[in-house]
Design a protein around this ligand. Structure first.
Ligand SMILES: Nc1ncnc2c1ncn2[C@@H]1O[C@H](COP(=O)(O)OP(=O)(O)OP(=O)(O)O)[C@@H](O)[C@H]1O
Length: 364
């Protein structure tokens, strides 16, 4: 492991900005720190870079504890945005710029520029100035400039936040490819879940200074370890319904009383059998997993269509069951009218169960 954080904690006076954070990042691995504003992402990154000192815990880079080392002695590359090229310098000069501070020979600098230019396919534009580049090209040069120093690890803080949507989409894939080729550990801070889901090998979801889950993008989405992660990851947001387990029918089939007096019988995780009747739970189901039908049945709730929002290939339907708002995404072609009464079905095994302590009831 080349970046290891051990019980890393940062306090600013009475505020614990980062609270006993543990994770490690291997060579060639991209870990995204994801979470709402103020949850401690940037402070964690700054402690790895040495721009903030840890109050407690350790930062270990390539097996060596670096807590007391100054940023320049850690040989990490930290960049905030892939932007701001020097307009009067050529692409080659922009790329070489960070190397001048390192007192490198001209031939070594040329070699590095050549290598980066090959990796990012900048060969044909090396002699141009930023004003003569397309936006996507400028971005590639900016990425190149931030990785040319060959540090032990890369740290990026919201690297794509200033870009427009289309460029962001292009750059996500491109940066991921480049980082994979470089075989260094990378930590990227973002509050944009799409960025994390597409660029990360693993995502660390943070809240209030703590890590809630560190896992692959697939697992963070499919098996959120608690209610916070479930609600934070996924757009539109997962439907979360407070309910009480009223009966167990065997084989993971259970009856729930959903707040507001409706009950339904659905197939869920078999571990539901470990809960006692009367247990308070939260049922979580993604909007794309809900189904609607005109016929009432026991495996769902009767609802009324509150709003229909076309989203191109899919339609977002807002439903009300009297007490809750449910979101459903469908490509259903049958016309749906606002005010219609429909039955909202919870298909087998699509519903997550969160226990009273907000943790996911896990499959064995
Ligand atoms: N130098 C500082 N002095 C005092 N408090 C600070 C300092 N730096 C950060 N904080 C506080 O620590 C907490 C975590 O901040 P941090 O910038 O790490 O969050 P973040 O998750 O990166 O947020 P954002 O996405 O908004 O950048 C916040 O409450 C912030 O106000």
């Amino acid at each position: 492991m080349t970046i290891e954080l051990k019980s890393l904690t940062k306090r600013f006076g009475a505020l614990t900005a980062v609270d006993s954070v543990d994770f490690d990042v291997g060579d060639g691995e991209v870990l995204c720190l994801l979470g709402p504003s103020g949850c401690g992402k940037t402070t964690t990154l700054r402690m790895i870079a040495g721009l903030e000192y840890a109050t407690e815990g350790d930062v270990v880079l390539q097996g060596k504890r670096v807590n007391e080392l100054a940023p320049r002695d850690r040989n990490v590359a930290m960049s905030f945005q892939f932007y701001a090229l020097y307009p009067s310098l050529t692409v080659a000069e922009n790329l070489a710029f960070p190397l001048h501070a390192e007192k490198m020979s001209k031939s070594e600098i040329d070699k590095r520029v050549q290598k980066i230019s090959d990796t990012l396919q900048l060969g044909s534009i090396l002699g141009r100035r930023p004003g003569q580049l397309a936006e996507g090209e400028k971005q590639r040069v900016a990425v190149g400039r931030s990785i040319i120093r060959d540090p032990t690890c890369f740290l990026f803080d919201e690297p794509l936040s200033r870009l427009d949507v289309q460029l962001r989409e292009e750059m996500r894939g491109e940066i991921k490819e480049v980082l994979q080729d470089l075989s260094r550990p990378t930590v990227i801070v973002t509050h944009d879940q799409l960025e994390a889901l597409t660029m990360a090998d693993r995502i660390a979801v943070m809240r209030d200074g703590r890590i809630e889950q560190v896992d692959t993008p697939h697992n963070v989405f499919q098996r959120p370890s608690n209610l916070f992660v479930a609600g934070f990851i996924g757009t539109p947001q997962m439907n979360l319904l407070p309910a009480t387990l009223t009966d167990l029918k065997g084989d993971g089939v259970a009856e729930f009383a959903v707040e507001g007096n409706q009950s339904m019988i659905i197939e869920v995780d078999r571990r539901v059998e470990e809960l006692a009747r009367g247990a308070k739970v939260t049922l979580g189901i993604r909007p794309r997993n809900l189904e609607i039908s005109r016929e009432p049945s026991a495996d769902g709730l009767s609802t009324k269509i509150d709003m229909v929002e076309p989203m191109g290939a899919e339609t977002l339907v807002h439903l009300k069951d009297g007490h809750h708002d449910l979101r459903l995404v469908t490509d259903w072609r049958v016309p749906l009218a606002e005010g219609d009464h429909v039955h909202t079905k919870f298909p087998p095994k699509m519903t997550h169960i969160f226990t009273e302590d907000e943790q996911l009831l896990r499959t064995k």
